[in-house]
Ligand binder design. Structure first.
Ligand code: ADP
Length: 313
C-alpha cells in the first residue's frame, strides 16, 4: 500500500496556524463540556485542506466521519436518509455546500439549528408537520464559493474559517515532510521549484511528489535537484511559474489587447467561461502579480509580460 501523505493529527497540519490554534481550543472546550463541537464552515480554494481539517476534527473526538457531496444531493429525501442515521457525536461534512438546491437548504436549517428534521405529511386536503429529534452531532460545511452560500445558510454555522493561501515557507515545509515520508531525497532548490510549480497548493504537492517518486525510482536518481526538476517539468509540459495553458492564454490575450479588458471579453477571447476565469485562474494570476485590476478592467503587469516572454522562448 502507498504511504499516506495525510496529516494524522492537528499538530501535524502545516500552515493555517490561526485556524488550527482556534480549532484546538474549541475542540478542547467542547470535550470539557462533554458536548459536540459547534457546526463549522470552511471556505477557500480547492486543495487547501478543508476535507483534511474536517477529518482531523472527527479524529479528535474519535467520532465517525461521513462525507456528502452537495452536488449529488438531489432531494431532501437524500438528506433525510443521511441524517436519519446520524449517531451522537458524528461529524458530517457537506462538501461544496453552496451547491445544495434551495429545497435541500431549507430542509437543512432545523437539522443544523435544533437537531430536528421536519417532514410535511400530505393528506388529501391538508398537511401536517411531523418532526424527528436527532442526537447532537457536528456538521461541517466546506465550499470553494462562499459568495454563493446564502446568508441564512452561513448563519447556521457558528464557527467559520477562511483558508488562506499558503506561503512559500509553509509549502516547502509540507514538501519536506511529505518527501521524507516517501523517502525522496530533494535539495532546497528542487523544493523551491516544486513549491512554485504547485502554486503553493498542498494537493498539487502530493500529486507531484508521487510522480517525482516514480521518476526517481525508474531513473534510479540519488537526489532530486534542479536539473532533475527541469527534466520532470519538460516531460510534463509544466513550468516553474505553475501556469497552465489557460493562464498563459489569459496573459497573452491581455498583452495583445494592449488595453484593459472586462471579465466577459477576456473570457471569450480565451475561449473559457467567465466563471472559470474569475474563480479558477484570476486569483493566482493576481496573487502572483502577473495581472492587475484597474477601474477599466484587467491589464497585464510588467512581471506578467516578462514571464510570458520567458515561456515563449
Ligand atoms: P480541500 O478539501 O480543501 O480540497 P484536502 O483537504 O482534500 O483539500 O487536501 C488535499 C490534499 O492535500 C490531501 O491529501 C491532504 O492530505 C493534503 N493537505 C492539505 N492541506 C495540508 C497541510 N496543511 N499539510 C499537509 N497536507 C495537506
Amino acid at each position: 500500500m502507498s504511504e499516506t501523505l495525510n496529516p494524522m493529527h492537528l499538530d501535524e497540519f502545516i500552515g493555517q496556524k490561526q485556524i488550527v490554534d482556534n480549532l484546538k481550543i474549541f475542540i478542547e472546550s467542547a470535550k470539557k463540556r462533554h458536548t459536540v463541537l459547534d457546526h463549522v464552515l470552511f471556505y477557500g480554494d480547492s486543495g487547501l485542506g478543508k476535507t483534511t481539517l474536517s477529518r482531523l476534527i472527527a479524529d479528535s473526538f474519535d467520532a465517525t466521519f461521513k462525507i456528502i457531496n452537495a452536488a449529488t444531493v438531489e432531494s431532501s429525501a437524500s438528506l433525510a436518509h443521511v441524517f436519519a442515521c446520524v449517531e451522537p457525536g458524528d461529524v458530517i461534512l457537506i462538501d461544496e455546500i453552496h451547491q445544495l438546491n434551495p429545497r435541500c437548504e431549507e430542509f437543512l436549517y432545523p437539522i443544523l439549528q435544533d437537531y430536528r428534521m421536519d417532514f410535511l405529511i400530505q393528506y388529501a386536503t391538508s398537511g401536517k408537520m411531523v418532526n424527528l429529534k436527532l442526537p447532537p452531532f457536528t456538521c461541517i460545511g466546506a465550499t470553494t464559493a462562499i459568495s454563493q452560500c446564502s446568508k441564512p445558510l452561513r448563519e447556521r454555522f457558528p464557527i467559520q474559517f477562511p483558508l488562506k493561501p499558503y506561503t512559500e515557507e509553509e509549502i516547502k515545509a509540507i514538501i519536506s515532510h511529505h518527501a521524507d515520508i516517501l523517502k525522496l531525497n530533494m535539495d532546497e532548490k528542487a523544493k523551491t521549484i516544486l513549491a512554485s510549480v504547485c502554486r503553493y497548493v498542498p494537493r498539487r504537492v502530493n500529486s507531484h511528489l508521487r510522480r517525482l517518486h516514480d521518476y526517481q525510482i525508474v531513473l534510479d536518481a540519488s537526489c532530486i535537484d534542479e536539473s532533475f526538476m527541469m527534466k520532470y517539468l519538460g516531460a510534463n509540459e509544466l513550468n516553474i511559474y505553475g501556469l497552465d495553458h489557460v493562464d498563459q492564454r489569459i496573459i497573452k490575450a491581455l498583452i495583445h489587447a494592449d488595453r484593459p479588458l472586462g471579465a466577459a471579453t477576456l473570457a471569450s477571447v480565451c475561449g473559457i467561461d467567465e466563471n472559470e476565469l474569475i474563480r479558477l485562474h484570476e486569483p493566482y494570476l493576481l496573487q502572483q502579480q502577473l495581472i492587475r485590476y484597474t477601474h477599466q478592467g484587467r491589464i497585464v503587469s510588467e512581471k506578467g509580460k516578462a514571464v510570458f516572454q520567458s515561456l515563449s522562448l
